[in-house]
Design a protein around this ligand. Structure first.
Ligand code: I3P
Length: 127
């Protein structure tokens, strides 16, 4: 049956641009390919948009194209110094075996994101 999600679950907690590379899909390794992504964190998911926020919103309206959505229930987040030559890289691993690297050259930006995502994960049930 359809349950109306509580308003809290729909609310955006943080959004902004980061560098993103998806490095595994369902446990299968992918070739690393960094690109800028518009990232929207809400209480139980992260959405990755390929384009700018403006383009992303107009594409959703025009084409119905959805962003890549990542379920944070049971996900892990950790710093991943050894996974990149870049500075300030952390990894999110989902229960379904998807792995994402996120990066910013600006220290406080990546720290804010790390803590916001970690807090979201810690508030959720683990499965
Ligand atoms: C990759 C590309 C990535 C780099 C990665 C390279 O090469 O240069 O930027 O990751 O290093 O393999 P290609 O474009 O030919 O796939 P970092 O920028 O994160 O270091 P890696 O293989 O050591 O992960």
């Amino acid at each position: 049956k359809d349950v109306i999600p509580p308003l809290e679950q729909l609310m955006v907690e943080k959004e902004g641009y980061l560098q993103k590379a998806k490095i595994a899909d369902g446990g299968k390794k992918l070739r690393k390919n960094w690109s800028t992504s518009w990232i929207v964190l809400s209480s139980r998911k992260i959405e990755f948009y390929k384009e700018s926020k403006q383009q992303a919103l107009s594409n959703v309206v025009k084409t119905g194209n959805k962003p890549e959505s990542v379920d944070l229930c049971g996900a892990h987040i950790e710093w991943a110094k050894e996974k990149s030559s870049r500075k300030n890289v952390f990894q999110i691993t989902t229960l379904s075996g998807n792995e994402f690297l996120l990066q910013s050259d600006i220290d406080f930006i990546i720290l804010d994101w790390f803590h916001a995502i970690k807090n979201a994960i810690d508030r959720l049930p683990k499965d």
